[in-house]
Design a protein around this ligand. Structure first.
Ligand code: HSE
Length: 351
């Protein structure tokens, strides 16, 4: 039976998942035994539609492209329009909620309320919003467990690159004592551009915004706040140690000049914005700060918008993972892999 989905929010990431579901439908069915159907979409600005028997993805995307309003979807018996996010979560027949609403990362709202409402309605949630996982991990993970539903958030750190699932699944049994990573694509892109092309910080930031890497408010990227949410998520989920966002010391890249970058180059070093978390005596110390690292450090070769993360494991030593950290398809994929894993867990199929 197809996995029924309701989208809360339908911006770039949501549309990325919809396009993957449309374009890879046959492949997913044949290779993963995975079938999904979009039954509802509720977006604050683009309108809201619901049909219990499913919506046609091509028609949805075409209506949006041509009119900007989902409610121009061709009328059909049973089609409902105008439901807000909470009613869509509670009253549609969706099995899983795709939570990709525009959310204030400082408060985690409205995404935190969307998760609470979904779990209480016995619906799974998959999401890319960082706020709820960084700010309300304990409460929401316990609620999901109590209600017997799944909460997937792979895309909150390094988009679809399995920075959360790999340690949780493939490194299980190890104690992960230290994490070091380049977790923000925008700042890594800026530093790479400054070093390789000699462009100024402002020019490089403008280009990162044009390419869609930067957050709606790029202050979050360049001041290190985005990476700070991500290291908090890693501490909560991968290290199993509760950490508050405010406990992470944080410095961004805004003070770095072309001269600093050239001086580092002359010393055989490179500036990177590093996210670090170290577990000692059951407590995690974490920081975000620019560091001048040796060229021999595996993180020094990570350039452009690519992200990387190194996990120090007691049984396996250091394991380093690199890959996409942002992007429409890459983040859309993170939602898909969470959905595939919900189906695998429900059927008790081995991952
Ligand atoms: N603005 C973020 C980045 C996007 O540059 O990494 C993904 O969280």
């Amino acid at each position: 039976m197809a996995h029924k989905l309701a989208f809360i929010g339908f911006g770039t990431v949501g549309q990325g998942l919809a396009e993957i579901l449309r374009d890879k439908h046959e492949h997913l069915k044949a290779k993963e035994h995975f079938e999904a159907e979009i039954v509802a979409i509720s977006d604050f600005n683009k309108g809201s539609i619901y049909h219990p028997n499913g919506l046609n993805i091509n028609t949805v995307l075409q209506v949006l492209r041509e009119t900007g309003n989902l409610e121009n979807y061709p009328p059909a018996p049973g089609l409902v329009t105008g439901w807000d996010s909470l009613r869509t979560i509670r009253e549609t027949n969706a099995d899983s909620i795709i939570e990709v609403s525009y959310t204030d990362v400082r408060t985690g709202q409205p995404a935190i309320d969307h998760c609470r409402t979904a779990f209480l309605a016995k619906k799974n949630v998959v999401m890319t919003n960082k706020g709820p996982v960084a700010l309300a991990y304990k409460e929401l993970s316990e609620l999901a467990k109590e209600e017997g539903v799944y909460w997937g958030f792979e895309g909150t750190v390094m988009s679809g690159t399995p920075s959360l699932r790999m340690p949780a699944a493939a490194l299980a049994g190890n104690e992960i004592t230290e994490i070091r990573g380049i977790l923000n694509g925008t700042t890594n892109f800026i530093l790479t551009k400054m070093e390789e092309e000699g462009v100024t910080y402002e020019e490089a930031l403008k280009e990162a915004q044009k390419l869609g890497y930067a957050e709606a408010d790029p202050t979050s990227d360049v001041e290190g706040y985005d990476a700070r949410y991500k290291i908090t998520i890693l501490s909560n989920y991968v290290m199993n140690e509760p950490l508050l966002v405010e406990e992470v010391s944080c410095r961004g890249i805004t003070d770095l000049t072309l001269t600093d970058i050239e001086e580092a180059k002359a010393e055989g070093k490179r500036w990177k914005l590093l996210a670090k978390a170290r577990k000692e005596n059951g407590k995690v110390n974490a920081s975000i700060a620019p560091e001048k690292i040796d060229m021999t450090d595996p993180l020094a070769s990570i350039s452009g918008a690519v992200n990387a993360i190194a996990y120090d494991c007691d049984l396996l030593g250091t394991v380093t993972l690199s890959g996409a950290g942002a992007g429409k398809v890459e983040t859309g994929f993170s939602l898909l892999i969470d959905l595939i894993n919900i189906d695998r867990e429900k059927k008790l199929v081995n991952i």
